[in-house]
Design a protein around this ligand. Structure first.
Ligand SMILES: [Zn+2]
Length: 592
């Protein structure tokens, strides 16, 4: 128990444990030092205390507690009701948790912050059961969109429809039906994976795409038997359409653009807080977006803490990185110390780069979307500027190549401590590569919910043996010493951590159907993957990820005990309260 009112504990605090010393601020030490000579020191008064809870701290030295005292932005003490009561003064806000479960706020380990907000402002196609549902959504939108303006949506997935579209090419929709309902508007509908998009005829005409258009490097324009583009663009070919869309957006006034982005950031913040997320690891923002986020942070307008990977060209990064490095900026609401690249695509779109061809597309082993030399160059910039490097790799070949790049650079630039570079997704691994994560200290930054969403097509794409040996092998990775983090890749998936938590511990697609359940995490491992392990993967484990004195007071209160509730209850869990920086940032209106 960490409390400041007995002489021997005061002595302990004068020589604080290393962990505490690292984040003990000068004011905290000044409070502690005069206590040394006193026999009966008065404990500090808390601004807020949570009492009567079922608290899981994610700290091995004191895993459970009843109460927490918070002073300013940090945790002052954690322990029994009796002990924490000593921190209550006249001004202290006292919250009775009435036995509810509390734990460190969720840290979303890989998602797209501005993209999450933007997705909330466009057509949401995730719930569509058929392509026909999507046609109806576009038809509705066309009624209120002025001619010539873009209609945008996100979240379609051909593998999740009850029946294939008519007409279709290899299961993919064609522009025909959408053209009929939106003849006067360009339409851009992004695939759930983000690795494919759909354009109608109007948008393709704007982009100058026709029978003669060649596939760009690392991409593919899907065409019918006559050679006519059907409207589906894979990987880098998406740029043909998105560049036209961005060009139209950039013609907006600066004021209109700023209003749009401000709304996206606000919507993303609110959505995270509602779902118990207190920190968010943003998987790739341009330098301009980082400028915008810094502005938000400066004005205290970020609802959650962000740790951002910069995704920009090597040419633009070179010479600019030192100016963009921020660690714990604006009361620890913004950290920028990582670079993002992608080396392949996604499995659903046959874009994951494999060592051997797809089982259901024997002429293809996927797509290598960025040259090895270019990714290596980014990694060298990471070494030079002391940035972490995070590379998206889904297929086994992609993962192997990234591990090779990392290993070569680590050997050439030894530090003695892990650089905590990451592989984003690490979804499908060759068995020989699994142990390399732990050995090299490379973080496997995974999104458990992808496993259960994709499970329906993984064996089709990879076959049973490859699926069993290497797909979403959380347990093998953890057992071999790797840090596995968790998240949702929102807006690819809903940002709700409970979905990924459920997938982590059950690997259940539907009741009674599981995907190689031996690779499931334990409840404790799944909580770690969403808290302290995510913190570690961002060099933030001394300030967040567990509930111990001195750390930031970022806490979530839930309606179920995530360690003990039935599997079937996990996704019914309600977020009752989200506390960020020692303040209540969200309170469930349905909770009393
Ligand atoms: Zn992503």
């Amino acid at each position: 128990m960490k409390i400041l009112d007995t002489p021997e504990l005061i002595t302990t605090l004068i020589a604080p444990p290393k962990r505490l010393l690292q984040f003990a601020t000068l004011p905290l030490l000044l409070v502690l030092l005069p206590l040394a000579g006193l026999t009966y020191a008065q404990p500090q008064v808390a601004d807020m205390v949570l009492m009567g809870g079922n608290i899981y701290t994610v700290d091995a030295s004191q895993p459970t507690a009843e109460a927490i005292a918070i002073s300013k932005r940090r945790i002052l003490a954690v322990g029994s009701n009796q002990l924490i009561r000593k921190f209550v003064g006249d001004e202290t806000k006292v919250i009775d948790l009435e036995g509810q479960f509390a734990m460190p706020g969720f840290i979303e380990g890989h998602a797209h912050f501005v993209g999450l907000g933007e997705a909330m402002m466009m057509l949401n196609l995730h719930q569509a059961d058929t392509w026909g549902d999507i046609v109806l959504q576009v038809e509705e939108a066309a009624k209120t969109t002025p001619p010539g303006e873009w209609i945008v949506g996100r979240g379609w997935h051909q593998s999740k429809w009850d029946s294939p579209p008519t007409p279709n090419i290899n299961g993919y929709p064609t522009a025909k039906q959408i053209d009929e309902v939106s003849p006067n508007n360009p339409v851009l509908l992004t695939h759930a994976s983000g690795h494919m998009n759909f354009a109608n005829g109007y948008a393709m005409r704007l982009a100058g795409v026709d029978e003669g258009t060649q596939n760009p490097a690392g991409g593919e324009i899907l065409k019918d038997a006559s050679g006519k583009p059907i409207g589906v663009f894979r990987e880098t070919a998406q740029g043909l359409i998105t560049r036209k869309f961005s060009a139209a957006q950039s013609k907006q006034t600066d004021e209109a653009k700023a209003v749009y982005l401000r709304r996206a950031v606000d919507l993303a913040s609110q959505e995270c807080l509602k779902k118990g997320i207190t920190s968010f690891q943003d998987a790739g923002s341009s330098l301009e977006t980082v400028d915008l986020l810094r502005d938000f942070a400066t004005r205290g307008k970020l609802g959650v803490r962000l740790w951002v990977m910069i995704r920009d060209s090597n040419a633009r990064l070179e010479g600019r990185l030192s100016r963009y490095k921020m660690i714990g900026y604006a009361n620890e609401f913004l950290t920028v110390r990582a670079l993002k690249r992608s080396i392949d695509g996604a499995l659903g779109a046959h874009g994951a780069w494999l060592l051997a061809p797809y089982d259901d597309m024997p002429n293809s082993s996927g797509l290598n979307t960025a040259r090895i030399e270019s990714v290596t160059k980014t990694a060298e910039l990471g070494i030079k500027n002391d940035f972490q490097v995070c590379v998206h790799a889904i297929g086994d070949k992609a993962n192997q190549e990234v591990l090779n790049i990392y290993e070569k650079l680590f050997t050439a630039n030894p530090t003695g401590i892990p650089r905590r570079w990451r592989i984003e997704h690490a979804q499908h691994l060759h068995p020989d590569d699994i142990a390399r994560f732990g050995k090299l200290g490379v973080i496997a930054s995974m999104q458990a919910v992808h496993c259960t969403s994709d499970a329906i097509f993984v064996p089709k794409r990879l076959g049973m043996r490859r699926s069993q040996e290497g797909a979403y092998v959380w347990k093998s990775l953890i057992d071999s010493g790797a840090i596995v983090t968790n998240g949702t890749d929102a807006p690819v998936e809903d940002v709700n951590p409970l979905n990924s938590f459920f997938a982590s511990v059950t690997r259940q697609l539907k009741p009674g159907i599981t995907f190689f359940p031996k690779q499931a995490m334990t409840r404790e491992q799944a909580i770690r993957s969403y808290t302290i392990d995510c913190a570690y993967a961002a060099f933030e484990e001394t300030s967040k990820g567990s509930l111990v004195p001195g750390k930031l007071a970022d806490i979530v209160v839930l309606s179920n005990d995530l360690l003990k509730c039935e599997d079937s209850e996990i996704q019914n869990t309600k977020v009752l309260m989200t506390i960020v920086d020692g303040k209540i940032a969200y309170r469930n209106p349905d909770a009393k």
